[in-house]
Design a protein around this ligand. Structure first.
Ligand SMILES: *[C@@H]1O[C@H](CO)[C@@H](O)[C@H](O)[C@H]1NC(C)=O
Ligand SMILES: *[C@@H]1O[C@H](CO)[C@@H](O)[C@H](O)[C@H]1NC(C)=O
Ligand SMILES: *[C@@H]1O[C@H](CO)[C@@H](O)[C@H](O)[C@H]1NC(C)=O
Ligand SMILES: *[C@@H]1O[C@H](CO)[C@@H](O)[C@H](O)[C@H]1NC(C)=O
Ligand SMILES: *[C@@H]1O[C@H](CO)[C@@H](O)[C@H](O)[C@H]1NC(C)=O
Length: 485
């Protein structure tokens, strides 16, 4: 289930009223504003206006010019989102280039955007409530939000947005898919979409993810995947031995996990190095064939970087709990989303010799998580339904840029070939992983990554100028009509 979210570590500090600051890099701090929007609970019910809830959105307006600026809608996904985070820092530069207003819209059921805030008599994430956590409701939230923004019915009228301003959606990973799907479902509301590492193809048995961990680590040399495989084998033996199990779990702060949960927790967290562009670090940790050294290298790395993975969220007990406890909670909601629709169950590679996890990470393990957490066997993935709605890899829409990081294990669920009106770009470079081009540009970025950003901007330029000529054209037409009347 590796958390597919782009780490939303938003370090913020309240300045009074609704402004807060975010450190994008060591030397760049931006000021954003936080707002709430009255959002509709059920967009597909005739009495939809009956229930509203508060959806969080944040604005970054330092460079905004209502006369000629673009509005970027940064779509939230399966984690909390308080404005632009370092992982989407490129938006700050884009805002400057396009005199843009950047609006970050948090996804329903994540962070503080809760249709059902936790109370004594209502659990936020009960099965009953989670039925409103669907991809089509999330797209409809975005559509309703954008249509209100275009009419300036938001944020105290402060930004003077008008029909003259082109809108572009931006998202990475699951929000990347939402960004692409939004172009398909609601093309009249935007001029284009950036769909970074967009997982538009729902797949139940997603063994290609694990296979890419093999392929990516192979770039360091065949010793890297083979040392990791030996490590996984040893850890499997050790956790299955009653004499050594307890000490092993303590070493990884994972006493609360069952054997199968532990055998998911470890490879999932190794995969996240690759997913977030740290393949070379992972291989350095495993540049030894000695099992004890491998273990201590890994534990030391996590301790030194203060990012020891939290085993609790891998336990079935945690996944079963319908109560919201922290704004950062996301595992149960995301589990619901992939159990009810997407799949993407991360099973071992089916190519001989290339599995980077054990056979206990089987489809039945993941489906067991789904049925236990939601007490009903209907919660198994329905990828055909999602792909039927949106087209999967046959999605047909215009003005979408799909990006693929060459080391990203999620690329196998994304579109990687250009076709009519949709452009696919590959960033083929070391450590180029999930949503790589969205982070704040660094002088050390590879040429391939710089080229990706240039191509994206060239497409934005074209969409915006096409929009302007159409807008001017229709404005002139309407004036001529008035004269002729
Ligand atoms: C942001 O960085 C500045 C130093 O540049 C530091 O003083 C401040 O505490 C940081 N803010 C947060 C919220 O971490
Ligand atoms: C918008 O207009 C201002 C003032 O004329 C100009 O400086 C700026 O470059 C323009 N921005 C864009 C994105 O066209
Ligand atoms: C360590 O990495 C080097 C290449 O950087 C490689 O030649 C060597 O075989 C690796 N050692 C082990 C034990 O995997
Ligand atoms: C791990 O996550 C759980 C659930 O969110 C939380 O209650 C716990 O405090 C976390 N543990 C650590 C060490 O951060
Ligand atoms: C993504 O790009 C890399 C680098 O060119 C390529 O090897 C890989 O096959 C591409 N992924 C897919 C799914 O086509």
């Amino acid at each position: 289930m590796k958390a597919i979210f782009i780490l939303a570590i938003t370090l913020s500090l309240t300045l009074g009223d609704n402004t807060f600051q975010t450190n994008i890099t060591d030397s760049l701090t931006i000021t954003q504003q936080v707002w709430q929007f009255d959002q509709i609970l059920d967009h597909f019910h005739p009495l939809k206006t009956d229930t509203i809830w508060k959806q969080r959105f944040c604005t970054f307006s330092q460079y905004w010019n209502p006369l000629n600026g673009t509005v970027f809608i940064s779509i939230g996904g399966e984690s909390q989102m308080k404005g632009i985070s370092p992982g989407r820092g490129w938006l700050v530069q884009l805002a400057q280039t396009y005199n843009a207003l950047v609006i970050s819209l948090e996804h329903r059921f994540y962070g503080v955007s809760q249709p059902f805030p936790q109370s004594d008599n209502d659990d936020s994430f009960s099965v009953q409530n989670l039925k409103f956590l669907t991809h089509d409701q999330a797209l409809a939230d975005t559509a309703y939000f954008i249509s209100q923004v275009k009419q300036n019915l938001f944020a105290d009228n402060s930004f003077k947005v008008s029909n003259m301003n082109p809108f572009i959606t931006v998202g990475g990973s699951y929000p990347g898919a939402l960004s692409a799907w939004f172009r398909y479902k609601y093309p009249h509301l935007t001029v284009g979409a950036l769909a970074s590492s967009a997982v538009v193809n729902a797949i139940e048995d997603f063994w290609q993810y694990d296979n890419q961990i093999y392929t990516s680590t192979l770039k360091s040399g065949s010793w890297c995947p083979s040392n990791i495989q030996a490590f996984i084998n040893s850890i499997q033996t050790e956790v299955n031995d009653p004499d050594t199990k307890a000490a092993l779990l303590i070493q990884f702060q994972a006493q609360q996990l069952s054997v199968d949960e532990f055998l998911f927790f470890i490879p999932d967290n190794l995969a996240s190095f690759v997913q977030y562009g740290q393949r070379t670090i992972l291989c350095t940790i495993f540049n030894t064939t000695d099992y004890e050294t491998q273990k201590s290298n890994l534990v030391d790395y996590w301790n030194q970087n203060k990012n020891f993975p939290n085993a609790t969220v891998y336990s079935q007990n945690f996944l079963n709990n319908p109560k919201k406890t922290q704004d950062s909670d996301n595992m149960r909601q995301w589990l619901y989303q992939y159990c009810s629709y997407f799949g993407w169950l991360q099973t071992p590679s089916q190519i001989a010799g290339q599995a980077m996890r054990t056979s206990s990470n089987s489809i039945s393990f993941f489906e067991g998580q789904c049925t236990q957490a939601f007490q009903n066997s209907i919660y198994v993935p329905k990828p055909d339904e999602v792909n039927g709605f949106y087209g999967g890899l046959n999605l047909l829409a215009t003005n979408i840029i799909f990006t693929n990081g060459s080391e990203d294990p999620w690329q196998w669920a994304s579109l990687t070939k250009s076709k009519n009106g949709m452009i696919a770009i590959v960033s083929d470079c070391d450590d180029c992983a999930h949503g790589v081009e969205l982070s704040y540009p660094k002088p050390t970025d590879s040429q391939a990554l710089q080229n990706t950003r240039t191509t994206i901007k060239q497409n934005f330029d074209k969409w915006i100028s096409d929009f302007r000529s159409q807008y001017v054209f229709s404005y002139v037409q309407s004036q001529l009509k008035k004269i002729n009347q």
